[in-house]
Design a protein around this ligand. Structure first.
Ligand code: SF4
Length: 284
């Protein structure tokens, strides 16, 4: 969803502004899903991303380490409720999306704004606004992808599920649902890196690690890992990764010619199982 929003507004769409997300789709999201959207607002140029606090927020916070307790909790909820945007708040701009029409989105280029639906073709230069053509030309050269070709079916070498953006418990639960009973394609290196030590422990308590390992993923220690090519987690040469991280800049994953396709954790599972960019809806 956030890749679709950034694709629509561009990586500079939010410069000088804050993004506020509202509507039934965001209301129904878990807190962790909301965090993914807000985290990536920065990739859309915004100063921050914000969703009004509600019952989902409070249920997520209540009882956590460092959360207020007892009467302090009630005061905190009252204060947080007072922060909610007024019903008649005035915004600099409002855009409306129909979530039902957003297909799983994948980046094809070298910025998080160069994304397309998984069933779309890589844009041809003439279809792009003049202001986007130079960076698109740079992306075609770097990514070795052909304008007009479908992104679906692009072979991948490495599949990475993790990062602060998409390495939370609900991300891993969703990815595990798709990985269960499947097998990583031959020749593909696939690994899962929980976002924190707590996520790792909680995921292991639910047996998610076993599901991933049985499917052929490596289950790793928490950290940033391949989001930024930490330690040995680097692409080699011009390998292509399907990555649930948040940045696809040139060289981001450790090789000066390495290529990154951003997508959701569930889409990374689909890529790992098929060895190529695939529509996760077909794994259902
Ligand atoms: S390098 Fe680490 S903290 Fe930075 S975006 Fe990636 S996972 Fe998050």
């Amino acid at each position: 969803m956030i890749l679709h929003i950034i694709r629509t507004l561009g990586v500079k769409g939010g410069v000088g502004y804050a993004y506020e997300y509202a509507g039934t789709t965001f209301e129904q999201m878990t807190m962790e899903e909301r965090m993914t959207v807000c985290n990536m607002s920065i990739e859309g140029g915004a100063r921050c991303g914000y969703i009004n606090p509600d019952q989902v927020t409070y249920e997520y916070l209540k009882g956590r380490d460092f959360a207020p307790k007892g009467e302090d909790w009630n005061k905190a909820v009252e204060w947080w409720n007072s922060m909610r945007s007024d019903a008649d708040a005035v915004y600099d701009d409002i855009l409306t999306f129909d979530a039902a029409e957003i297909a799983p989105t994948v980046t094809w280029g070298i910025t998080p704004g160069q994304g397309i639906a998984v069933n779309e073709a890589i844009p041809i230069p003439d279809s792009l606004p003049e202001s986007e053509r130079a960076i698109a030309e740079e992306a075609y050269r770097y990514m070795q992808l052909i304008p007009g070709a479908p992104i679906q079916g692009t072979k991948v070498d490495v599949c990475f599920i993790g990062s602060c953006t998409n390495g939370r418990l609900t991300d891993l639960r969703e990815a595990a649902q798709f990985a269960q009973g499947k097998r990583v394609a031959q020749g593909v290196k696939a690994f899962v890196v929980p976002g924190s030590e707590r996520v790792k422990k909680d995921a292991e308590a639910e047996g998610l690690d076993k599901i991933f390992v049985e499917a052929g993923f490596e289950w790793r220690e928490p950290g940033c890992s391949m989001c930024l090519a930490m330690n040995p987690d680097k692409l080699q040469g011009d390998q292509i990764s399907a990555s649930s991280s948040n940045r696809n800049f040139k060289g981001r994953q450790g090789s000066a010619t390495g290529r990154t396709l951003l997508m959701s954790p569930a889409m990374v599972v689909a890529a790992a199982v098929n060895g190529k960019v695939s529509d996760v809806r077909q794994l259902l």
